[in-house]
Write a protein that binds this ligand. Structure first.
Ligand code: ADP
Ligand code: MG
Length: 636
C-alpha cells in the first residue's frame, strides 16, 4: 500500500509535511480494510488517523465521539479547511437530524459526526444503511469499558452498526487510555474481527514527574514560580479555588488568570487566547480546561488537588512539554488529601436505596410517566433539580452517574447550542413573500447576506451579530425570526445552553429498577482500585514515577532518571541494576529475620558500603524501620 496519496492529503489540507509516529501505520491498516485499535497519548494526533484516510476514499466517514463540544470543534475545523462535514447530536430536533442524515446520504459529505446515543435510535438506523460509508471511527473508545473511568452505556450499541452496514467497512477505535483491561473490552465490545492493536509508547521522556509533600501549597507555589520561568497550568478541584489561587499568585507579582466552566464563553475564550499567546503566564483551572488547547511550550502542569485516577492525571499532566523540551508535572500532596480521596469513594457510591430515590425524583422532575420516556431527550437543570428536592449536589451527581452506568439514561455535559435557521420555502416562493410583505424584505435580505446554505438545512445564526449588522435591537431580531417562523417561511430553533438527559430505557417501577449488588460491588471495587493506584502514586517514594504511570498502562520501561524518586536515588551513585538487586536481597532477608544494618551487610553478597547506602535510603524513605535494638524490619 502506498502512503504517498495520504501524505499529499496531509500537506494539501493541513499543511503538515510529515506524519507523526504511528499515524502512518494506522492509516495503512485502515486503508487495508482492517479493524484497528490505535492507542496514542492525548495530543498524539489521533484525529488525523481517520480524517486523512477518509478524505482519500469514497464515501462518508462516520465518527462517533461522546463530547458534543469537541464534535462541534472538529466539524468547524474541517469546514474551515474546505472539507464537508456534518454532526448529529442530542441537542438537535428530530427534523434537524432527519435533514442532516439526508444531506449525509446525498450531499457529498466526507464526515458525519454522531454522538453515541443517536446510533441506536430508529431515526438513525432507518437511514444509516443508505450511507455510503468509508470508515467507522470510534473516538474515545475507552468509554465502552464498564470498568473504566468514563463509561457510557450507549457505546455498547456501536457494534450493532455492523448488522446494517457493509462488512467491508473497517472500524477504527482510538483512545489515550489503554490499560490492558480496557483494551480487551474495546476489542470485545466493538466485535473486532481481529486483534489488531497499534500503539505508541506513553513514555514522556522530557517530563520530570514530581510529588511534593507540602502543607502550605500556596507558599510553595509562590516560592517555586518566582524562581522558575515559563508558562504553565495549575489544576485545582473547585471553581472557587481557581480564583483564589490566581489572586494569590497575582498578589505576589506572578502573571496568572483563572478558568472554569462557570464563566461565559466569551470570557473563557479570551482567557484561553491570552494564555496561549503567552500574555498570561499561568492559568489556574478546573479540569474543564484542556479540551482543544494547543500550546506546545507548556513548561509545567501542577496539580493542587489529586485527581481520582491515573488516567486523568496522565492526561492532564501530559499537556506539559509538547514541544519535547524539558517540562515538569508536579503533584502537591498532603495527608489530608489522602483522607479526602478515601472520602470520595463513600460519596461516589450512595446506598442503593438512595440511588432509587434519586431516580424517582428525576423522573418526576422531568415528568416521565411509568413505562414511557424511551429515547426521549430532556433539558436538565441540575441546580433546579437539587434545590427542588433538597438533594445534596455531589451525592446526586454520583447517583446519576451510577444510573447512567447501569444504562437507564445518559446525561451530557452542558452544551451551548446556537440558534439555527432553515428556510422551508424555495427561493421563488420566498421572493413572492418578500414582495407581498415589504416589512420583512430588509430582514430577509440581511439573513441571506449573512449566511449561506439555509435553503438546504439548518444553519447556525447569531442574533447578536444580526443585531450589530442591522442596528436593530436583539429583541427585534428575535421577534422577526419568531414571526417568520410562525408564518412557515423559516424554521427557527432558538439557541440555548443546557445539559441533557437522554432516556435509553423507559421509566421503570421502583421495584423493577435493577441495581444488581454484583455490579454495584464490582464497579465500586474497580473504582477503589483506581483511586488506590492514584494514592499509591502520590505516597510511594521508592518507585520511579514514570515507571508507575507506564506500568498502569501496561507498558514496560526503564526508570526515567529525572523524577523526584530517581533524582534521590541518583544521589546514591548506584546503578538502577545494583540498587534493585540489593533491594530485592534486603527484602528477602527481612521477610524471615530482623538483623541490624551491619549484620545485614555481612549476610549479603554485595559490597558492604553499598548495602549500607541502600539501607540508609530505605530508612530515609520509611520503607524499613529500626527498633530500639537497631534491628531492621520491612515497613508495610
Ligand atoms: P489526540 O486526539 O491524539 O489528542 P489531536 O488529533 O487532537 O490529538 O491532535 C493534536 C494536535 O496535533 C493537533 O493540533 C494536530 O493538528 C496536531 N498534529 C497531528 N498530526 C500532526 C502531524 N502529522 N504534523 C503536525 N501536527 C500534527
Ligand atoms: Mg482526540
Amino acid at each position: 500500500m502506498n502512503i504517498d496519496k495520504y501524505r499529499q492529503a496531509l500537506t494539501r489540507y493541513w499543511g503538515f509535511t510529515s506524519f507523526r509516529p504511528l499515524q502512518e501505520e494506522i492509516i495503512l491498516s485502515v486503508a487495508a480494510g482492517r479493524d484497528t485499535l490505535g492507542l496514542m497519548p492525548t495530543g498524539g494526533g489521533k484525529s488525523l488517523t481517520f480524517q486523512v484516510p477518509a478524505l482519500v476514499s469514497d464515501g462518508v466517514c462516520l465518527v462517533i465521539t461522546p463530547l458534543i463540544a469537541l464534535m462541534k470543534d472538529q466539524v468547524g475545523k474541517l469546514n474551515s479547511l474546505g472539507i464537508k462535514a456534518l454532526a448529529i447530536h442530542s441537542g438537535m430536533s428530530g427534523e434537524e437530524i432527519d435533514i442532516t442524515l439526508e444531506n449525509a446520504i446525498y450531499g457529498d459529505y466526507k464526515f458525519l459526526y454522531v454522538s453515541p446515543e443517536r446510533i441506536a435510535t430508529r431515526l438513525f438506523q432507518g437511514k444509516a444503511g443508505r450511507l455510503n460509508l468509508s470508515l467507522v471511527a470510534v473516538d474515545e473508545a475507552h468509554c465502552i469499558s464498564q470498568w473504566g473511568y468514563d463509561f457510557r452505556p450507549s457505546y455498547l450499541k456501536i457494534a450493532g452498526l455492523r448488522s446494517y452496514i457493509s462488512d467491508k467497512v473497517p472500524f477504527l477505535a482510538l483512545t489515550a487510555s489503554a490499560t490492558p483491561q480496557v483494551v480487551d473490552d474495546i476489542l470485545g465490545k466493538l466485535e473486532f474481527r481481529e486483534k489488531n492493536i497499534l500503539r505508541t509508547s506513553f513514555d514522556r521522556k522530557n517530563i520530570s514527574y514530581l510529588v511534593r509533600r507540602v502543607e502550605d501549597k500556596g507558599s510553595y507555589l509562590v516560592k517555586t514560580l518566582l524562581r522558575t520561568g515559563g508558562s504553565g497550568i495549575i489544576y485545582v478541584r473547585s471553581r472557587k479555588r481557581t480564583r483564589e489561587v490566581a489572586e494569590l499568585l497575582h498578589a505576589n507579582g506572578i502573571s496568572a488568570d483563572y478558568y472554569h466552566a462557570g464563566l461565559s464563553d466569551e470570557l473563557r475564550d479570551s482567557k484561553q487566547v491570552s494564555w496561549t499567546s503567552g500574555e498570561t503566564r499561568i492559568i489556574v483551572a478546573t479540569n474543564a480546561f484542556g479540551m482543544g488547547i494547543d500550546k506546545a511550550d507548556v513548561r509545567f502542569v501542577i496539580h493542587w488537588d489529586i485527581p481520582d485516577c491515573i488516567e486523568n492525571y496522565f492526561q492532564e499532566s501530559g499537556r506539559a512539554g509538547r514541544d519535547g523540551k524539558p517540562a515538569f508535572a508536579v503533584l502537591l500532596f498532603t495527608d489530608s488529601d489522602k483522607s479526602r480521596l478515601e472520602d470520595s469513594v463513600r460519596k461516589k457510591f450512595p446506598p442503593v436505596d438512595r440511588i432509587k430515590d434519586i431516580y424517582e425524583a428525576l423522573c418526576t422532575f422531568l415528568q416521565v410517566p411509568l413505562g414511557a420516556g424511551k429515547d426521549s431527550v430532556f433539558d436538565f437543570d441540575m441546580a433546579a433539580f437539587v434545590s427542588k428536592y433538597r438533594l445534596p449536589v455531589i451525592e446526586t451527581y454520583n447517583a446519576l452517574q451510577f444510573l447512567q452506568r447501569e444504562g437507564y439514561f445518559e446525561f451530557t455535559e452542558e452544551i451551548n447550542n446556537p440558534s439555527r435557521v432553515h428556510f422551508i420555502v424555495g427561493r421563488d416562493d420566498l421572493y413572492k413573500f418578500q414582495v407581498a410583505n415589504e416589512a420583512f424584505d430588509g430582514f430577509i435580505k440581511l439573513l441571506l447576506r449573512s449566511y449561506s446554505g439555509m435553503f438546504s438545512g439548518f444553519v447556525p445564526v447569531n442574533e447578536d451579530l444580526l443585531s450589530r449588522k442591522s442596528g436593530a435591537s436583539r429583541d427585534t431580531i428575535y421577534q422577526y425570526l419568531v414571526k417568520l417562523s410562525s408564518m412557515d417561511i423559516i424554521r427557527y430553533i432558538p439557541g440555548k445552553k443546557s445539559a441533557l438527559v437522554i432516556f435509553t430505557e423507559e421509566r421503570l417501577e421502583r421495584k423493577a429498577l435493577m441495581i444488581s449488588p454484583d455490579t454495584y460491588l464490582n464497579v465500586r471495587e474497580k473504582y477503589v482500585a483506581r483511586v488506590e493506584k492514584m494514592a499509591d502514586y502520590a505516597v510511594s517514594d521508592t518507585r520511579c514515577r514514570s515507571l508507575m504511570l507506564l506500568d498502569y498502562f501496561g507498558e514496560a520501561s526503564d526508570r526515567c532518571g529525572i523524577c523526584d524518586v530517581c533524582r534521590k536515588r541518583n544521589e546514591l551513585e548506584l546503578s538502577k541494576y545494583e540498587f534493585d538487586l540489593i533491594l530485592d536481597d534486603i527484602k528477602e532477608v527481612l521477610s524471615t529475620s530482623n538483623p541490624d544494618a551491619e549484620e545485614l551487610a555481612a549476610i549479603l553478597r554485595h559490597p558492604g558500603e553499598k548495602v549500607i547506602r541502600v539501607i540508609q535510603w530505605l530508612l530515609d524513605h520509611n520503607k524499613i524501620k529500626q527498633d530500639q535494638d537497631r534491628r531492621l524490619s520491612w515497613n508495610s
